[in-house]
Ligand binder design. Structure first.
Ligand code: SAH
Length: 246
């Protein structure tokens, strides 16, 4: 099913600086989001907003201006409120990655999602946060956790995009092709057994510590069948030349 990012809206509550509206629009557009709601902005989008949107003026111009929080999220099935502090309210917490995944899942079902950002100085009120299904806190430096509004929008929009990309890619096919290419445990065991035998014979392996290390090395390499064939071939070549020189 196609993921419609237009189902995911960014809501900015009572912004003081129109520049932040523009920067947020730019952040959204770079990640493919387009739906912007403004709750009672102190100043309506102006020249400054357009300038800072750097070409994302279409998003600024089509922003929906509403009077209050409820109007901005009324038709949404998932509302995620963001906060620079974890407020310890009884609302489930979500991290940016989880937010991206949830948002995309809802959007895929054609349900509307709102990700709500607070006022530059004071964030969202507790009352507003209590209306959200989840609280999102970007796990920043605990001693300096408040991001610039548009930067917070950028980071969350990025996670939405990443979640969308990972769902859209034909991951399953890629994965199953890769799985097809993997040697069996039996083939690997045979290779290790041959390696150990040969290198013991050559006195390179003299204790039991080497093989587990080698197994670890090859496990990290996540060998494909054709790569194991090369290693087997190399082993056979060494074997042949040692036999010949004996
Ligand atoms: N002083 C305010 C911070 C406002 S920053 C406070 O303590 O709440 C403006 C907005 O940017 C916040 O309301 C939130 O929507 C977003 N934001 C900034 N830093 C964030 C963080 N670490 N995690 C989640 N959202 C953040």
């Amino acid at each position: 099913m196609k993921i419609e990012l237009k189902n995911i809206r960014i809501v900015l509550v009572e912004t003081s600086h129109t520049g932040n509206i523009g920067s947020a629009a730019r952040a959204m557009k770079t990640m493919g989001l387009s739906s912007l709601y403004l709750v009672a902005p102190k100043i309506l989008p102006d020249e400054q907003a357009i300038a800072l949107s750097a070409g994302a003026n279409d998003i600024v111009e089509s922003a929906v201006v509403v009077e209050n929080f409820n109007q901005a999220v009324a038709d949404c099935s998932l509302v995620i409120g963001t906060s620079a502090r974890s407020r310890h309210l009884a609302i489930p917490q979500i991290d940016p990655r989880g937010c991206g995944e949830q948002a995309v899942q809802y959007a895929e079902q054609d349900s509307k999602v709102a990700i709500v950002f607070g006022r530059e100085r004071v964030g969202l009120t507790n009352e507003e946060l209590l209306k959200c299904g989840f609280h999102l806190n970007i796990p920043a430096n605990p001693n300096y956790s408040s991001l610039n509004l548009a930067m917070a929008v950028q980071l969350v929009s990025y996670e939405v995009r990443m979640a969308m990309l990972s769902r859209q890619q034909p991951m399953q096919t890629a994965l199953s092709n890769e799985i097809h290419d993997k040697p069996t445990q039996q083939e690997l065991d045979y290779f290790f057994q041959q390696t150990e035998q040969l290198y013991r014979q050559l006195n390179f392996i003299q204790n039991s510590g080497v093989m587990p290390k080698l197994r670890g090395l090859y496990a990290r390499a996540d060998l494909r069948k054709n790569e194991l064939n090369i290693l087997q071939g190399m082993l056979a070549a060494v074997k042949k030349s040692t036999v010949a020189s004996e």
